[in-house]
Design a protein around this ligand. Structure first.
Ligand code: ATP
Length: 328
């Protein structure tokens, strides 16, 4: 069995984890990135493609199936190939592909959160309903591009002209953002917190460096990640969120959410936690904790990364003849 992924995001961590567990590795790369990945010597084979959507081509899929490859999806993988297109992928993918639709379509993810009974920022259906500071998210936008803050309908129309398809008007939570990464194992049924990061976003995170007389609108383009820990007293509630999301996912899209996932939370000065999004696959913020995910270390007493945990699960499933439970 070979563990493969696409050359971006957390590919290095996924390949390192696979190698550490004794797997052969394969990387799908474009010409531009190939030499970067070669420097790390983590891919036993690199397949070069013109564009990453080529993963969907019959020829490449057949080749991957023949080689007995399991593909590990990450954020860029889903972005380049598309959550819908991935449903048609015949190569085994680690995790439940159906969850990718539920995480990427906002209406669906809000329904999931609601059913799980999790506090979310208030949503406003039309600009006239806005009665507090709101973040306006654009349909199909990735990485917060073009998002703006408005306080009322007037400001909304001044910024955007009209309400467009897919726009979300969401209460802006002033507080600290936290991105806790979990791994739910369908084999052991353990739902483990691994680590927490905070996204470093341009230029929202740069504004405090400017004098107050200079006004620049915030944008939310992720440029990096920082390690962070939460007050330990907040963690029980974070686990409650994670457990109920896993529980509801089993009913909404069986067999539900499993493998790595990450909650996008904001905590106010009243210590109230709000969930505004979920990433249902490995997030790049786990890279900051290589080789020790702190909470995995606290529980298991050994160095563990999310990439390594994925490979461990594949190994375990292979040993127990339970591959069907971990791929889709
Ligand atoms: P990605 O797909 O990369 O997660 P996205 O386009 O889905 O991005 P969000 O993650 O929802 O966008 O939002 C981008 C950023 O905007 C967040 O990381 C956070 O900093 C900020 N943000 C989003 N929603 C809220 C909110 N309700 N309150 C406060 N900040 C928010």
């Amino acid at each position: 069995m070979i563990i493969g992924t696409i050359a971006s995001h957390s590919a290095l961590q996924i390949l390192r984890g696979a190698k550490d567990e004794g797997f052969e590795t394969l990387l799908i790369s474009d010409e531009k990135r190939k030499s970067f990945y070669e420097r790390f010597n983590l891919a036993d084979e690199i397949i070069t493609v013109k564009s990453f959507s080529q993963v969907m081509s019959e020829g490449l899929q057949e080749k991957l199936i023949e080689k007995n490859v399991i593909l590990v999806p990450h954020g860029s993988f889903v972005e380049y190939v598309g959550a819908k297109a991935m449903l048609e992928l015949k190569v085994p993918v680690f995790g439940n592909k159906r969850v990718l639709e539920w995480e990427s379509e906002r209406e669906k993810s809000f329904e999931w959160f609601k059913r799980a009974g999790i506090k979310m920022p208030q949503e406003f259906k039309k600009p006239e309903d806005i009665d507090r500071l709101c973040i306006v998210k654009l349909g199909g936008a990735k990485g917060g591009r073009g998002y703006k803050l408005v306080r009322n309908a007037e400001e909304f129309y001044r910024e955007f002209g009209e309400l467009k398809e897919g726009m979300v008007l969401q209460e802006y939570i002033v507080g600290t953002r936290f991105y806790p990464s979990f791994f739910y194992s369908p084999l052991s049924k353990e739902n483990d917190l691994f680590s927490i990061d905070i996204r470093y976003e341009a230029n929202a995170d740069a504004l405090s460096r400017l004098p107050p007389t200079i006004r620049v609108d915030p944008t939310y383009v992720v440029t990096g990640n920082l390690p962070v820990v939460m007050r330990e007293s907040l963690l029980p509630e974070v686990f409650e969120f994670a457990d109920s999301l896993v529980y509801e996912s089993k009913k909404l899209f069986p067999p539900g959410l499993y493998g790595p996932y990450c909650l996008e939370l904001c905590c106010t000065d009243e210590l109230e936690l709000y969930l505004f999004e979920i990433s249902a696959r490995i997030v790049a913020g786990t890279n900051v904790w290589i080789p020790y995910a702190p909470y995995a270390y606290l529980k298991y007493g050994e160095a563990m990364t999310m990439g390594g945990r994925i490979a461990m699960e594949i190994k375990e499933a292979e040993r127990e003849g339970r591959m069907k439970e971990i791929v889709s």
